[in-house]
Design a protein around this ligand. Structure first.
Ligand SMILES: CSCCC(=O)C(=O)COP(=O)(O)O
Ligand SMILES: [Zn+2]
Length: 226
């Protein structure tokens, strides 16, 4: 039996976990138009991880839409699937952090925030209870989420993400593209995506309220008690 065959059982397991996460994010509208890619690490040394195939509709992800790749993003065995075009970013994050899972989603609020704060290089989020969802429990915590230019050249984009990672913050924004977030487990990575998305949504609405003196028209009115 080759080393790679040895991963077989784990690969079925991680395909199920990735599908569960994709289905959940789909309900939230976070994987539109085939956007997004998701991965779970199978082995540290050598680095091997399961990642979604490129161009698949992540809103109806199938278990066989996931393939296992090595550190260079090469499939570990013959397959008709192409790994996500952004697999190099996953590999970079696995190499530089203790991530066991890396998740990437495109949302309207992460795109808005990435453009609103791009020229500052990061978005500062402070004194929000949901910062604890990132595993940061100090009172009055202030964090800065890096914002990277959306380079079309993926090796350049991956290098830039690697250069800007903040070890305390499990996520980076790519300008008018989306977010990469990660965690030691798929559950933790999902929690980090959800916490960051909540914080971006809040931040955008808060800035809209305070800059314009009113809520944006698109915000539904606050429900009144019956
Ligand atoms: C239609 S989304 C453009 C590509 C992208 O940003 C993305 O997240 C999906 O790429 P993949 O190769 O992983 O399908
Ligand atoms: Zn993307």
């Amino acid at each position: 039996m080759t080393d790679y065959q040895f991963y077989q059982e784990d690969r079925i397991q991680i395909a199920r976990q990735l599908k569960e996460i994709a289905d959940n994010f789909t309900q939230k509208g976070w994987l539109p138009a085939t956007a997004g890619n998701l991965s779970i690490k199978l082995s540290d040394d050598p680095l091997v991880f399961g990642v979604t195939a490129s161009g698949k509709d992540k809103e109806s992800l199938q278990l066989d839409d996931i393939l296992a790749v090595d550190q260079e993003c090469k499939p570990i065995e013959p397959t008709r699937l192409r790994p996500s075009a952004e697999t190099l970013i996953h590999s970079k994050i696995y190499q530089l952090t203790d991530a066991g899972s890396v998740l990437h989603v495109h949302t309207v609020y992460n795109n808005l925030i990435s453009e609103l704060y791009f020229h500052e290089g990061n978005v500062t989020l402070s004194q929000m209870e949901l910062i604890k969802g990132l595993g940061i429990w100090e009172e009055g915590a202030v964090i800065e989420v890096p914002i990277i230019e959306n380079f079309a050249d993926i090796p350049r984009l991956a290098d830039e993400i690697g250069n800007r990672l903040d070890p305390r913050v499990p996520g980076v924004l790519i300008r008018k593209h989306g977010i990469y977030a990660w965690g030691r487990t798929p559950f933790e990575a999902k929690r980090h995506v959800e916490a960051l998305e909540f914080l971006f949504h809040y931040q955008f609405l808060w800035v809209s309220v305070t800059r314009n003196g009113s809520l944006p028209l698109a915000v539904p009115p606050i429900a009144t008690a019956l």
